[in-house]
Structures are given as C-alpha cells and as structure tokens.
Design a protein around this ligand. Structure first.
Ligand code: FAD
Length: 368
C-alpha cells in the first residue's frame, strides 16, 4: 500500500549553502539571459546548434514535468547533459508527464513525450519499464535525473534493476568525474557513473546553444505489474504542515491584505502554504513562523504570490530564489513590482474573491 502527499516539496539542503565559493558550479562561458531561453524567444532561436554532426552515442535525461512545464531543476539537468555530451553524442530528453515546451531550446537533441506517466499516481513499475525500454533503445553512456522526488526514486530503481553504477546528490561534474555531497556536508569524488542524480543548482540552465529538438516516439515498454501494491490515491494534507522553506506554492499576505477569511479560503483552494511580511506578523495576523524575509524564512517556491506587500528590501531577501513572483498591489510603483514576474494592480480583497471563484469553478468543472 502506498500513500503519497499531494504537496510538492523542495529539498532545502541546497548545495550552494555548503559551497558558496561556487565549487559546485559547472562553468559555461558565454551566456545569454535565462528568461529568453525559458520562453523560447528570439535570443533562443538565434543561438547556434550545439552540434550538427550525426550522433553515434547518446546521453539520456529522464525527468518529470510539473503542471505541464519543466522547472529550473529539470532545465539544469538537461543543461548538465549537454555539457557532458561531445559533438557526436545526442542528448535525449524523456519527459514523464509530457510538456509543451520546445525541448530543443533547452538543449535537447531528441525529445520523448510520455504524458501517460505523469501525475501523482503510483506508477513506479510502469515508469521503470519505460526507462528500461529507453535505455535499451538509445544505449546511453550516461543517464541523468534531477535529485528530487519521483525522479530520484526512478534513478535509484533504475540502478538497482539494471545494475548500473550511480552517484546521488551530484553537485559537480566533469566528463571524467562526479562530485557528490556525503553526510556531514563533505564532498566525495568518483569516476563518472552511468546514472547521475543531479542536485539542484549544480548546473546553470542558461546555455549558449540549442539542441536539434527532434521529436521521437517512446519505445514500447513491457506492461509492468505493480507487484503487491495497491494505489490508494492521494491523501490531502494541510500545506501549512510543510516547512515554508520546502513549499512550492506560497500565498503571502502583507499590510495591504486585510481579508483574513478570504486569504485562508484562497490558500486552501489553491493548496498553497501561507507566508507573511513582517508588518502583518507584527500586528498579530500571522504567526512569527510565517514571516518571510531577512529576519524570517528564506523560501524558494515555484510560485510566490504577494498580496498587499510593498517589497521592502528585507522582504525581497527572503524570496530571491522564488521562480515566479506574482504581486498584487494598488501601487504600481511599489518595489515588489520590479521583482515580480507578473503584477496585478488591484485591491487584494477583490482579487482574492475573484480568484477564489475561478479556482472553485475550475475545480468543480474538473471533478464533474
Ligand atoms: C532589521 C529589519 C529586518 C526586517 N526584516 C523583515 C523581514 O524579514 N520580512 C519582512 O517582510 N519585513 C522585514 N522588515 C520590515 C520591512 O522593512 C518592511 O517594513 C515590511 O516588509 C513592510 O511590510 P508590508 O509590505 O506588508 O507593509 P507596507 O510597507 O505597509 O506595504 C503595504 C503594501 O500594500 C499595498 N496595499 C495597500 N492596500 C492595498 C490593497 N487594498 N490591495 C493591494 N495592495 C494594497 C501598498 O501599496 C503597499 O505597497 C525588516 C525591517 C528591518 C529594519
């Protein structure tokens, strides 16, 4: 029997905390902006091909998409594979869950979409069978996966089932060696193994080149039986039970957010953890443990929604690693606007009510 939590979590044990000197970083040389790369814009299209030579070997990247997209960790893993690949080696990227993004812009030469293997269901045997089929087809020299959640689990199972060598928590790579974190915050170096589980922030996703981005069909995988297991589905739990540092989606309230009941209802509907500015904590509306910023928590959510928060420098310090910041503020010149990827100039109370209605309508439509 298997229970899974529906709350995506981030491992807060980040390699750069241990190696602030940059020891972990894979150096790329000339780069252009990551945002252009992410959105497949002009600059990405103008980049040269990494290699136009016919491939005689392959490096395989296996990863899960998240809500139909690839997060920074997934992009970093693809980037690391392109850095390991020589001109005769193709980078094959298989996306469990599938994604709509052009994989070539991220460095993939071949993209394999596996939409049927995403989601939160207990599919470990089916995923493993598909991974083994991909390994059989492409015979990759190395297989890279992000060191997190289902990807980390798949990598370990693949190593156990195939007998391949593996290095986990890898923070530094060369074409000959892998360096990994071992307990006690020490580093261990080993010869480059066949399977590499890459730690978050080990590689920079901004690449000076693109891959060929050809689509390929997935090889047929042997139907796998989930032996002795029954999927009981997901069990909902309170997102606020997750440490804020690990939360993937945070709804945060400041001095300009006064509707606490609406805030709680929205957080619950979105499945978001809750955070707050210091002013909102100081006036007693949030517990001290919810404070985000220089004297509170440093968070790294994929989505950080700031309702009525001005974006003082002390607050911004706590959200510097968040991927998408959405600001809701009446003042379009508030400092948070500069940091935000999306700003809604709107009253926080009105926006929460409108968003709550939309989320509930979408949820009702989904379950109908
Ligand atoms: C040593 C030190 C450490 C600090 N540490 C932290 C820290 O860890 N974390 C932290 O957050 N702060 C910290 N602060 C405090 C920080 O400087 C700010 O005072 C604080 O972040 C401001 O909180 P706020 O943005 O919620 O409130 P305000 O500055 O009052 O801003 C409220 C915002 O809401 C907007 N607004 C108002 N009404 C509405 C509405 N109806 N709808 C939408 N928007 C609206 C306003 O335009 C404004 O931008 C620290 C300060 C010091 C000196």
């Amino acid at each position: 029997m298997e229970h899974q939590s529906s709350i995506p979590r981030i491992n807060p044990r980040r390699p750069y905390v241990i190696a602030a000197s940059g020891l972990k970083r894979i150096v790329l040389g000339q780069e252009t902006g990551s945002r252009e790369l992410h959105h497949g814009g002009h600059a990405a299209a103008a980049k040269p091909l990494r290699s136009a030579r016919p491939a005689t070997a392959a490096i395989l990247v296996l990863l899960h998409s998240e809500r139909g997209g690839l997060d920074e960790h997934a992009r970093q893993t693809i980037a690391a594979a392109t850095l390991l690949a020589d001109a005769d080696t193709a980078v094959v990227v298989a996306v469990l869950g599938g994604c709509a993004e052009p994989l070539g812009a991220l460095g993939a030469d071949v993209g394999v979409q596996l939409p049927q293997l995403g989601g939160a269901g207990y599919l470990v045997e089916a995923r493993l069978a598909q991974a083994l089929a991909l390994v059989e087809q492409y015979r990759p020299r190395h297989i890279l996966l992000p060191e997190r959640d289902a990807d980390a689990d798949l990598g370990r199972r693949l190593a156990a089932r195939s007998g391949a060598s593996i290095a986990t928590d890898v923070v530094e790579l060369t074409r000959e060696t892998a360096c990994r974190i071992v307990p006690g915050a020490r580093f261990a170096r080993c010869a480059l193994p066949r399977i590499i589980l890459l730690a978050r922030h080990a590689a920079d996703a901004r690449l000076p080149y693109v891959g060929r981005g050809e689509d390929a069909a997935a090889p047929v995988a042997e139907a796998a039986l989930e032996r002795g297991l029954r999927d009981l589905g997901l069990e909902g739990s309170d997102p606020d039970q997750v440490a804020l540092e690990e939360a993937d989606f945070i709804l945060s309230g400041g001095n300009g957010m006064r509707d606490m009941a609406g805030f709680a209802a929205l957080a619950q509907a979105l499945g978001a953890a809750t955070g707050a500015s210091r002013v909102a904590v100081d006036d007693g509306r949030f517990a001290r443990a919810r404070q985000i910023g220089a004297t509170g928590k440093t968070v790294q959510a994929s989505v950080y929604m700031a309702l009525g928060i001005s974006g003082a420098v002390q607050h911004l310090q706590g959200i510097k690693d968040c991927r998408h910041v959405i600001a809701v503020n009446l003042d379009q010149s508030a400092p948070i606007v500069k940091r935000a990827n999306l700003t809604l100039v709107e009253d926080s109370g009105a926006l929460m009510q409108a968003l709550l209605q939309l989320v509930r309508a979408a949820q009702a439509a989904k379950s109908a």
